[in-house]
Each structure stands twice: as structure tokens, then as C-alpha cells.
Ligand binder design. Sequence first.
Ligand code: SF4
Length: 389
Amino acid sequence: MKVILSYGLGVDSTAILVRWLTELVCRTFDLKNLIVVIAQTGDEHLETGHLVEKFVFPLLRKHGIRTIQVARASNSQRDGIVILDDTTEPTICYIQGAYRLSDEMVEVATVPQTGGIRKCSLKAKGWPLDVLIAQLTGGEEFVHVVGFETDELTRMMRDMPLGLPGRNPTYPLMDWGWDRLACERFLWEHFKIIWPKSACSFCPFALASAAGLARALPRYVANPYEAFKALTMEYLAVAANPRQGLIGGRQLYDALLDFEGGPDLLAEFQEHLNCMPWAIYDVSRAFRAKADDMMKAANAARSMTRIATGDRADMVRLLDYMATHHLPPGARYEIGRHQRVWIHERNIYYPCPEQAFVTAPALAIDKVNDSFAEAWEAALKGPSQLALV
Ligand code: SF4
């Protein structure tokens, strides 16, 4: 039976793989049945890719383990998956993926959302792996190895009944009684490396706790390329919606302002933004009311379209001109990290409209939700507007 290891490049699954390949006694299957599968989101830390190439791939080559790297082809499942590599002699860790999660986020001016299920992970990792594994197994029984450690019992219980037909989930770290620390120690003993947590370089889940943030901030200061990717994504998302932010609604930008080396990094980031094409966007949201409570929003339909493009200085000047000479009655001009003209601001009663003209890097595509026109009409007729009339 095939033994398929979902290799997430992080501490836990690296420990399993290295132990299997270095300690014969801990394994009950023939290595010729092992297939290592890796889903690339396109945004993994560069350091992780380097360490995998330096320490893990040589072991896989030595034992001739089939290693397959896979990614999404686009943001639509219709376009399927891309096999980045399929070899028994892996040398390159294709962390650049194909269609990157960051591309998807930036196109619609948002960040991965931390409420509820990890939708980004299901789309960028879970789905391509399921498609690949279905192709590999053809519906036959297989052992699926997942690297949950002993502090992840709840996640393991949730995972057990999931997945493809014929899947026999296996959790070696649970059998070995290994927690994260044990995995880290093991890898330290082998490679003299504190193996880093694997994640997208902007992962909001990795920033959600104080410990996670303490790990991430020095990493950003040391890796401006990764910092700029996260900060650009966040900057654009906040321009479109001031309630966004990579740290549970708070901004990574603010966290870096207070961190050693952060202000210099942010000054460079502003220079980085200056080099991009910019736009003035019309960002409009039509909020619907909850059925039983007009003081709560049910959901919103959004329209985000470019009304002008140019360099940053031109866009700032143009919006400033609009605000100075053509500010409609009731509108408000906001100047700060983001420059906006608020035409409609959110009310306490729903339905209601929200609309702002905002300057931002021209990275988001024009996108109007199908239901926007109808929802906008209803929002304009919402209770507070009627009251004002
Ligand atoms: S690492 Fe974080 S941002 Fe990337 S897919 Fe997983 S949960 Fe989403």
C-alpha cells in the first residue's frame, strides 16, 4: 500500500521524515512505498525553502524517495493543479509555486481571514493535495501521514474522518509521544538548526499570538523582501477597508513601528511603494441588514474600481485637488497613512452604503460583485438616509 506523507516543510513533518530516513527501527513499511507530497502556496519563507534543499532533499535523494511538488494553477478549481516537480532526486524546493496565494489576496485587496476555518489553507494546500493524491491512488487504499504533534489532539480528531475514499490517516508523532519541542530537539541534534515554523511569510495565524509576533517581527526586519510582500498586501487591504490588518484587525505596520529596526524598514517600504504604479480607487460597499436586527450587518456587496492611474505623487495630488475643489456636501477628507475622500460612511443602521475614493498601489483588479447594483440601491434607501431626507 502507498504511504503518502503530506510534507508541510515545517518542524513536525520534517522530524517525521528525517527520523524515518535515519532510524530504521521507527518505521514499519518499505521506503519504496513512500511518496512525499508538498503543496506550494507560492509564499513560503525563503529560509524554509533553503533549509529543505540543504538538509531534507539530500536524504530523499539518497533513499530515492518519490517527491512531488504541486500548486494551484489559478484561483479557479476549473484550471486544476500544476505539478512543479515529480522526481526521486529532488534538488529545488519550488516555494514560488504557480498561482500564489499572495496574488489572489492582492488582486482583491484583502488579507487571509482568521475568523472560522482556514479557507486560504484549504484552497492553496488542501485542495491541490487532494487532487494529486486522488491521481496517485486512483481510489485505492493508502496510508496518509500527517504531522500533528501531541499538543494537536483536537486538530487530529477533526482530521481523522476527512479526506478521500481509501484514506487511512496516520499520525506518527502521536504514536511516538512527540510534541513540538521534541521535534525541534531532534532536528537540532541532526542538523544543529532551530528549524523555523513553516508558513506563508504574511500568515495572519502566525502573527495571532504574542509568541508568534515575537518570532515574526525580527524575521521581517532581517528579510525586507518578505516584509514588503506582507506590508504591501496589508497596505492595499487597509486602503480598501480600514478595518483590515494582518494581526487580527491590527496592522503589522503599527507593530513594526514599535519594534527595533522597524521604523527603518518602514521608511524603505515607503520607498518601495513609491516605485509602484498607483491608482485612485472608488471603493463602495452596500451593507445588508440582519433579518432580525437592523443594527447588525448581514453581509456586504463590494465594488472596487480604478478611476485614475499614475504614479504615487500624481494620484495624491489628484485626490487632494478633488477634495479641495469638489468635496460634495457631507463628504470628509482623511489624510494620514492612507488618503481618502469619504462620500458615504457606515451608519449604525443597516442597510447602508459606504463609499470612499482612496489612493493605493494599482495592484487590485477592478471587481464588482454580481449583487452590488441591487444591494447599493437598497443601501441608499436605508433607514438613516430616509431619516436625513
Ligand atoms: S500558512 Fe497561513 S496564510 Fe498560508 S495558507 Fe496556511 S493559514 Fe493561510
